[in-house]
Design a protein around this ligand. Structure first.
Ligand code: ZN
Length: 301
């Protein structure tokens, strides 16, 4: 276990941070039970209290002790078929490109972005540390590498490096960004993370360890890029949409009435009823944030 006195901010290294909230593994297990039929064994066996810290310097929020998802945990995740096939940032970043790019997609996962980029005529290489992911990406016909060393051998110099929904899983996100900068200093970089100020944000089970180790806002994201020597960054926010609406309502109902009607509300989560009618009619959409935000190292892509 991490020694709390020696712990430091996972982004900037500061030792000045304050505790915001705590969750223990039994409460975390209960959150899993409200949404899934099984709980990952890494969670049930952990017997720990996780404390959410807020860095006073860079504003990143991070959990202590550090508790990284193991292979079994990520296999459990893959078995749930959860990841959205498409994301706002995929189309958004592609809409900014007016010339053909050489794209390196770090943490390519399901390959959805890589396939979209290829379909638009860009050259794409995917990078993923997971062997399962690499096998899957290869089957989709995507060129894939395990790491920077393997990429160097291909003599591929990207003009754009993307990394979507990856940094919140990392123990050392700044180091990962510095690696990109070190290898490809001329490439522009686009990184997306969940926005912790999103309107639907409640106690979402995946926003705790071992899934997400950190929670981000614009200040933290900009600080990460500043430390890694990127300048002229732009940050963009996903807007609230009908998926957020149904998620909020289903989440609220499943938390409140799970014991009686859990299955019905878990199914309801995937319908687009409910708050779509309620929230979108009463709320000012311009002030509601969707799930993600993205930083791009230079808007002149
Ligand atoms: Zn910090």
């Amino acid at each position: 276990m991490e020694n709390l006195k020696e712990a430091h901010c996972l982004l900037c290294g500061s030792k000045s941070y304050t505790a915001l909230e705590k969750i223990d593994s039994s409460e975390l297990s209960r959150l899993y039970q409200t949404e899934f039929t099984t709980v990952p064994s890494q969670v049930t066996e952990s017997k720990q209290v996780f404390e959410l810290q807020n860095c006073l310097f860079c504003d990143l929020q991070f959990f202590l002790p550090i508790f990284v998802g193991n292979e079994e945990f990520y296999n459990w995740i893959s078995a749930q078929n959860l990841y959205a096939p498409n994301r706002w940032e995929f189309d958004f970043v592609l809409s900014l490109l007016d010339t053909k790019q050489r794209i390196l997609d770090v943490g390519a996962g399901s390959g959805t972005f890589a396939l979209k980029a290829l379909a638009q005529g860009h050259e794409v290489i995917a990078m993923d540390y997971s062997e399962n992911a690499r096998n899957y990406l290869t089957k989709l016909g995507i060129k894939v590498v395990a790491d920077f060393a393997e990429l160097k051998r291909l003599d591929f110099e990207p003009s754009l490096v993307t990394s979507f929904q990856v940094f919140e899983h990392l123990v050392n996100p700044t180091e990962s960004l510095e690696q990109i900068h070190l290898n490809f200093p001329k490439a522009r970089v686009a990184v997306s993370v969940p926005n912790r100020d999103r309107t639907r944000f409640r106690k979402e089970v995946f926003d705790f360890p071992p899934h997400h180790l950190t929670r981000w806002n614009e200040k933290a994201l900009r600080e990460c890029f500043r430390i890694a020597n990127y300048r002229d960054c732009s940050v963009y926010f996903e807007k609230w949409n009908k998926i957020d609406s149904s998620y909020v309502l289903a989440f609220y109902l499943s938390q409140r009435f799970y014991r009686q009607l859990g299955l019905i509300f878990r199914l309801f989560r995937f319908s687009h009823l409910g708050l779509k009618i309620l929230a979108l009619k009463v709320a000012d959409k311009s002030k509601l944030y969707g799930h993600s935000m993205m930083i791009i190292s230079d808007k002149r892509i």
